[in-house]
Design a protein around this ligand. Structure first.
Ligand code: NAD
Length: 499
């Protein structure tokens, strides 16, 4: 059984806690690897390595830091296919989808390569006689990232490239379900010239996470995962005096107005609901059909969903892979089997689906539920699987009120040909990311990603300018260089005024 080592101080470190977690190939259901679960002492070793590395990394010139980032970018680019293969082997998503995830992670590395521009400070000259004021931003020290299973490359890359470019050192605790990708990214960064200890990877569970949350040398926590854990991370890390951004779960809605191009809307709904087997925080989980178009839209979604080819992620013919674990597959299935009793019409039932030759894989087919009541569990919970709920409303206002009553506020989309309605929607909807005829509005790297309400705790979104801000703290320097000809002002006990 292959064991995935930690990556501490620039080299692999075998787990010594004696605790492990299984890693499966979701397409076969076979456990072919295991990941060590770090003890408090192992986390402390990673933090100590990061603290020691900070002494030189934090003051290294911007030119040298960005040079290493450019070299990392080139290596990532050259290894896209290999990284996508690692993702597919442990997560299960199809190879093309895994390549897309690597590409979106690379966007943040691109951003980090330009750190010289982003970290330019501000200067005001002559704010008072011979007085200048400079605003600068400095790194925090050791920062940590805790990431979910569903994007084992992209989400860590939302964090560590920018944090490290800003001069911090980093401890990453990736998901224990698909841990290999994070280690490979760290190896490539080391190959690019990153000094030992600047990026460390510790595998683990609550023990490792709790140690990071309380460790006095960890100055900030970035978290991405489910809402209950995000809330816990935010509360605990804040109570321990750390800066924290904690991105949580989602239930993303797509509002379809009667004037929309229904073929385009159905294509978008199927792509966004079932892509990555629904295991995306930006997946469309609920389509809200306005007016009389509901039946036609549901027919068009069903026709398309029935054609999706399910199979192993490493088979180029597959469009949708398996779910991450058998337990998760069973939980997803329970929402479909319980749907009719809670008032939904089951248009497609994907439970019980298997793939020939891979009978023990974590398979489930596509499910489509229509006329779902807002009280149904399938609507209220984040299912995180290929189950699309369709809800019916009579008007735009009713649709907006429905979406805004959701406790989540990650992404949302409107499909319409009416620019005025789209404009109103952008302003009225309570979500952090909005798509107009775009079903998965994940912002590009130079804008920031983040939800509202129970989809994000903390006040910084991730990457973009928010990322640079999160990973640095401000300092304002007020300077006077008197001219030899100046007459001394003498003692003045009044509060300093500018004149
Ligand atoms: P998760 O919350 O179970 O795990 C996330 C991380 O927290 C993992 O590293 C895990 O080891 C750790 N963790 C789990 N339980 C813990 C506990 N009790 N105490 C401390 N740490 C704990 O999430 P997941 O199942 O890996 O990922 C799926 C979830 O992530 C979904 O809810 C999805 O919406 C969300 N997600 C959100 C975004 C976003 O940007 N908002 C992006 C991707 C995924």
């Amino acid at each position: 059984m292959k064991s995935i080592a930690h990556w501490i101080n620039g080299k692999p470190a075998e787990g010594v806690s004696g605790r492990h977690s299984p890693v499966f190939d979701p397409a076969t259901g076979i456990q072919d690897k295991q990941t060590p679960l770090a003890s408090v002492e192992e986390v402390d070793a990673a933090v100590a390595a990061a603290r020691d590395a900070y002494a030189t990394w934090g003051t290294l010139s911007l030119a040298k830091r960005s040079g290493i980032l450019f070299a990392f970018r080139a290596l990532l680019d050259a290894h896209r296919d290999e990284i996508a293969g690692l993702i597919t082997a442990e997560h299960g998503k199809v190879h093309s989808d895994a390549l897309g995830e690597v590409a979106r992670g690379l966007e943040i590395v691109d951003l980090a390569c330009g750190i010289t521009v982003q970290l330019k400070g501000e200067l005001s000259t002559e704010v008072a006689s011979r007085v200048d004021v400079a605003s600068i931003r400095q790194p925090l020290g050791v920062v940590a990232g805790i990431t979910p299973f569903n994007f084992p490359a992209m989400v860590p890359m939302w964090m560590f490239p920018l944090a490290i470019a800003c001069g911090n050192t980093f401890v990453l605790k990736p998901s224990e379900k698909d841990p290999s990708t994070a280690v490979r990214l760290a190896e490539l960064f080391a190959e690019a010239g990153l000094p030992d200890g600047v990026l460390n990877v510790v595998h683990g569970d609550k023990v490792a996470v709790d140690r990071l949350l309380e460790h006095p040398d960890v100055k900030a926590i970035s978290f991405v995962g489910s809402t209950p854990i995000a809330r816990y991370i935010h509360t605990t890390a804040s109570a321990n005096g750390k800066r924290v951004q904690a991105l949580g779960g989602a239930k993303n809605h797509m509002l379809v107005l009667p004037d929309a191009d229904l073929d385009a809307a159905a294509d978008a709904a199927v792509s966004a609901a079932y892509g990555s087997t629904g295991e995306r925080c930006m997946a469309i989980a609920a389509v809200v059909a306005v007016g009389a178009i509901g039946d036609e839209l549901v027919d068009k979604i069903r026709e398309r969903a029935e054609k999706i080819k399910i199979g192993p992620g490493n088979d180029p013919a597959s469009e949708m892979g398996p779910l991450i674990t058998a337990a998760h597959r069973d939980k997803v299935a329970s929402y479909v089997t319980g749907a009719a009793a809670q008032g939904s019409e089951v248009v497609l039932d994907g439970t019980g689906h298997t793939v020939e030759g891979h009978e023990n894989g974590h398979w489930i087919g596509l499910s489509l539920l229509d006329k779902v009541p807002v009280t149904a569990d399938a609507y209220r919970d984040e299912i995180f699987g290929p189950v699309l709920c369709v809800l019916r409303v009579d008007t735009y206002d009713e649709g907006v009120a429905l979406i805004n009553s959701s406790p989540f506020g990650n992404g949302t989309a409107i499909f319409t040909r009416d620019g005025g309605a789209a404009r109103r929607f952008q302003l009225e909807i309570e979500a952090g990311m909005v798509g107009v005829n775009v079903p998965i509005p994940v912002p590009v790297g130079y804008h920031s990603f983040g939800g509202w309400k129970d989809s994000l705790f903390g006040d910084h979104h991730i990457y973009g300018n928010d990322g640079t801000h999160f990973y640095t703290r401000g300092k304002v320097v007020t300077t006077r260089w008197p001219d030899p000809a100046d007459v001394p002002t003498g003692v003045e006990l009044g509060f300093p005024r500018n004149h």
